[in-house]
Design a protein around this ligand. Structure first.
Ligand SMILES: Nc1nc2c(ncn2[C@@H]2O[C@H](COP(=O)(O)OP(=O)(O)OP(=O)(O)O)[C@@H](O)[C@H]2O)c(=O)[nH]1
Ligand SMILES: [Mg+2]
Length: 450
């Protein structure tokens, strides 16, 4: 099996630099074999202060606050508070409205945005007979407060034009996606105009679904497949036709996305996701990014940035847990903190066990075969707590010379040292997960076209 050290870890760990002030660390330069089936040869690695930006290192002020909570409410409350702080984005509320005529593909689009298929538990039902009769919220798995609302189309018996905006409480939505699988009809143009007049600052986007069917229909009606460049012309025609009624109705500055909800990695689905990230306020950005499916490179890159920014805070939580651990008895409470975070990386980047089992079914391959082909070391590392602890062994080099436990007071350098250690593990594993995500995306594109 390929050695990770050769291709991934040196890059992940950065240039070798040993901070002389970090004298309590036992720097080991060669670590071999963390499990029987993987050869882990790390030739050089660094635990140095430059590995964590100084501005993310815990401050005296923070330490005093932690100390206070610890004294007054105990370790569990402190950990809970730190975790709440790290996960504030989970409390951010974002509402996305999807509206359009029956059958235009609203539910399928909702599933695509949530990285789901119709037969997944909790997915929106799709089909020719299912009609959306009531506004129905669909929360994201990771971020329950980010919801996509399936709204009944305007002009349906229970939702007449006159009261539509009021009934659906249009002002509560951060985005409104007006969906159509053909030209926009009179009810849609009316709705778009009303929204533009009453809520000119709303984020109204137009989504043209089933573009794949249009191209297929073109093929059926012609003897020759579209030539180079002709596909682009065809797509432009679809866009122009869908826009015609909107422009005729005086709707300006239309932002339209052409998509195939069954294959979100194609056409303009990625652009739509990018727009959702760009148009949301700074406060809501992280929540939006961490809610989207990883189908486009841009979303993946944004996710990695958000996850990277978390490392400073999560490593503080890990460091406090490390200090609390009875290390002489082998207890390392930071393992839980680190493992939970890396599982978040995997879910976020679409390389977790669930995602792999879905891809395996789709590609009619064995899951183990995919893990092998994709060189998924993170799978082996996270398979059991024992495997993760073994992996962590090679980083757990900080040996406090004196007795250490609570209180935290006066122990800031020790907390910082553990923070560096935890940060290094997280950086390394995030890098590993990013590479695996990249390999999965590259290979999927190949396998799907085989
Ligand atoms: N080819 C193709 N089919 C699509 C696409 N989006 C939706 N469909 C199909 O269109 C049909 C209707 O899709 P739904 O998502 O149920 O439509 P809806 O707007 O939710 O319908 P109602 O709930 O009845 O209003 C289903 O058979 C979908 O599989 C797409 O982008 N491409
Ligand atoms: Mg529906």
């Amino acid at each position: 099996m390929r050695s990770v050290a050769e291709e991934e870890l040196p890059e992940a760990l950065g240039a070798v630099h040993i901070d002389p002030s970090y004298d309590e660390v036992d720097v080991q330069t060669t670590v071999t074999s963390f499990s029987d089936d993987i050869d882990w040869t790390i030739t050089d690695y660094d635990i140095g202060s430059d590995f964590v930006d100084d501005d993310v290192l815990v401050s005296e002020e923070d330490m005093n606050e932690y100390e206070k909570i610890l004294m007054e409410s105990g370790f569990n409350t402190l950990m809970q508070k730190l975790e709440e702080n790290n996960n504030q984005w989970k409390g951010v509320e974002i509402n996305i409205a999807i509206t359009g005529e029956s059958g235009c593909g609203k539910s399928t689009l909702i599933n695509a945005l949530r990285d789901m298929k119709a037969d997944d538990i909790g997915a929106a039902k799709i089909g020719c007979t299912e009609t959306t009769k009531e506004p129905t919220p669909y929360p994201y798995k990771e971020t329950e407060n980010v919801k996509i609302w399936d709204l009944p189309g305007v002009g349906t018996p229970n939702f007449p034009k006159e009261t539509y905006l009021k009934t659906i409480k249009i002002e509560q939505y951060d985005f409104i996606l007006l969906v159509s699988s053909t030209r926009y009809k009179e009810n849609d143009t009316w709705l778009a105009k009303e929204i533009n007049i009453s809520y000119p600052n709303s984020n109204l986007f137009f989504i043209r679904t089933k573009v794949d069917s249009d191209l297929e229909n073109y093929l059926k009606g012609h003897r020759m497949a579209p030539r180079m460049g002709q596909r682009t012309i065809l797509l432009k025609t679809i866009r122009d036709e869908s826009m015609a009624n909107l422009t005729a109705a005086g709707i300006k500055l239309v932002k339209m996305f052409l998509i195939n909800s069954h294959r979100p990695e194609t056409f303009e689905f990625g652009k739509l996701q990018t727009m959702l990230i760009e148009k949301v306020s700074a406060l809501k950005r992280d929540a939006m990014i961490l809610s989207l499916s990883s189908v486009s490179n841009n979303v993946v890159a944004e996710k990695i940035r958000v996850l990277e920014r978390r490392i400073g805070a999560v490593s503080v939580t890990g460091a406090i847990a490390a200090i609390k651990s009875e290390r002489q008895k082998g207890q390392r409470l930071e393992l839980d903190v680190l493992m939970t975070e890396v599982l978040l990386y995997k879910r976020q980047l679409g390389i977790d066990a669930h995602a792999i089992s879905v891809f395996a079914k789709m590609l009619k391959k064995q899951e183990e075969e995919l893990y092998m082909k994709l060189n998924m070391h993170s799978h082996a590392i996270l398979k059991t707590s024992f495997a993760f602890a073994k992996f962590y062994d090679q980083y757990d080099k900080f040996r406090p010379s004196a007795f250490h436990s609570f209180p935290l007071f006066g122990r800031i350098s020790k907390v910082r040292n553990y923070q560096r250690q935890c940060s290094m593990v997280l950086k390394c594993l995030l890098k590993m997960c990013s590479s695996e995500c990249h390999r999965l995306q590259t290979n999927l594109a190949i396998w799907l076209n085989e």
